[in-house]
Design a protein around this ligand. Structure first.
Ligand code: NAI
Ligand code: SF4
Length: 441
């Protein structure tokens, strides 16, 4: 059994409510942290090796230490709960079942960063979770863990929940900030990073839900103990939302010492593939990361066992590696059609592009049309090379990572499954009749 730090108590009856959470050790970490200095908390988070759990894996302590502190200017902490990456539903689980873990993590982090007004920006579709969070915030206020002079530490903090309106792009941190300011959610050019110029042009840290919740166990068990869990620079535990062709879809907490094979086949996690089917491929970190065929998924290009860590999943770089990303783990069995799957993703990115930069705005629509043609038996062989050229012209040439996220699935699909694209072109009638594929996550 792997170690559980976040979800260990998620199924204790009534844990959603303050009294039960408190009786089970809740807010002990906050009591400990508010006796420390903010600088010591930042140091502790640095020592823990915690990396951003939203997808990028940027070291959290380092991000916190970048926060500018000009005299007389407010600083903000914003929790990114705009979880919209296809295949990713781990933050929803955490907020729904153990909301006080996030509120406690937010309180400690707000104290460490000097944020008196902290925001949770949550995707609009998670409407019922807004009620859960607001109830938890009200309870924390009543218990004196939010509000004025918290625990007599001379620190004031209030948490506000803001709903998004259903745009995936608002999960990009600068688009999120624009939206929070009441504007259209268009990403800003970075630098300046939010740590220097963020919400209302003030220094701002934007962290993912799971990252902020992880601050609680770090305070409870200490950074050194936390850093011992995992392998190399993949420390602590990680939530993985597993879906697709597996026997046990769901949200799992792993301690980043297990192999991909164990994660897919063991009964503790995904429980294998239904109906004895063979594993064909997997998108291991949410739809934005490259798909890997079964052989490369289970073993790295160097012939080593692929582990569920940031480093191992990326090992080999993009031709042969992928990313742990947001932990949205999508498994495809032998019956799935890669062209259909890639078309589905291309349609999603075209729909979600904000349209600011031409390579993304034009390229995503163009890729979608070509993929639709190939999928429905109307494609030409030259379309495959054209698709390749378009994705290359998007990657690295846009304001925000949505462009790359749209390009990589197409690049990886062609690289690893070119024969399937060619089959669609060579067998147009059969391709038209075939209509299977995961299509929805
Ligand atoms: P990024 O690598 O550009 O930035 C990571 C973080 O580090 C940001 O907060 C950035 O402000 C900060 N940072 C980096 N360099 C800095 C510097 N020099 N000074 C100050 N701060 C600095 O990645 P980004 O755009 O934040 O995230 C992209 C990832 O998000 C993708 O890998 C994707 O997997 C993931 N994603 C997750 C979604 C979800 O639903 N969880 C949705 C869409 C994408
Ligand atoms: Fe908008 Fe796409 Fe440019 Fe990002 S890459 S700013 S989503 S047009």
């Amino acid at each position: 059994m792997g170690r559980k730090l976040l979800l260990e108590k998620a199924h204790v009856e009534g844990i959603r409510y303050y009294d039960t959470y408190r009786k089970n050790g809740g807010y002990d970490a906050a009591e400990k942290a508010l006796k420390m200095s903010p600088a010591d908390i930042v140091e502790e988070v640095k020592k823990s090796g915690l990396r951003g759990r939203g997808g990028a894996g940027f070291p959290t302590g380092m991000k916190w230490s970048f926060l500018a502190k000009p005299e007389g200017v407010p600083r903000y902490l914003v929790c990114n709960a705009d979880e919209s990456e296809p295949g990713t539903f781990k933050d929803r689980y955490l907020m729904e079942f153990i909301p006080h873990l996030l509120i406690e993590g937010l309180l400690i982090s707000s104290f460490a960063l000097g944020s008196n007004r902290t925001y949770i920006y949550i995707r609009g579709e998670y409407a019922w979770i807004v009620d859960i969070l607001e109830q938890a915030i009200a309870e924390a206020n009543q218990a004196g863990f939010l509000g004025k002079n918290i625990l007599g530490a001379g620190f004031d903090c209030q948490i506000y929940v803001q709903r998004g309106a259903g745009a995936y792009i608002c999960g990009e941190e600068t688009a999120l900030i624009e939206s929070l300011e009441g504007k259209r959610g268009n990403p800003r050019i970075k630098p300046p990073f939010p740590a220097i110029k963020g919400l209302w042009d003030c220094p701002t840290v934007v962290n993912n839900v799971e990252t902020l919740a992880a601050i609680v166990p770090i305070m409870n068990i200490g950074a050194e103990e936390y850093a011992k869990i995992g392998i190399g620079k993949s420390t602590g535990t990680k939530l993985i939302s597993a879906c697709g062709n597996i026997n046990k879809p769901g949200v799992y907490e792993i301690d980043m010492t297990i192999s991909v094979e164990e994660f897919i086949y063991s009964d503790e996690y995904c429980g294998g593939i239904p109906n004895g089917k063979r594993l064909k491929a997997c998108i291991p970190g949410g739809s934005s990361v490259p798909i890997l065929p079964a052989n490369l998924l289970l073993t790295t290009a160097k012939g080593e066992k692929r582990m569920m860590t940031y480093e191992s999943l990326a090992d080999g770089g993009f031709p042969t590696g992928s990313m742990l990303g947001s932990g949205g783990f999508i498994v495809l069995d032998e019956d799935q059609c890669i062209v259909k799957n890639t078309y589905t993703l291309a349609r999603f990115y075209r729909h979600e592009s904000c349209g600011q930069c031409s390579p993304c705005r034009e390229g995503t629509g163009w890729m979608e049309k070509i993929l639709h043609n190939i999928e429905t038996g109307k494609g030409k062989m030259s379309d495959i090379d054209l698709l390749w050229d378009i994705q290359r012209k998007i990657e690295g040439n846009t304001i925000c990572p949505l462009g790359d996220a749209a390009a990589w699935p197409v690049a990886a699909a062609i690289r690893h499954f070119r024969d399937e694209f060619e089959w669609h072109v060579l067998h147009p009638e059969e391709a038209q009749k075939r209509n299977f594929g995961l299509a929805h996550y």
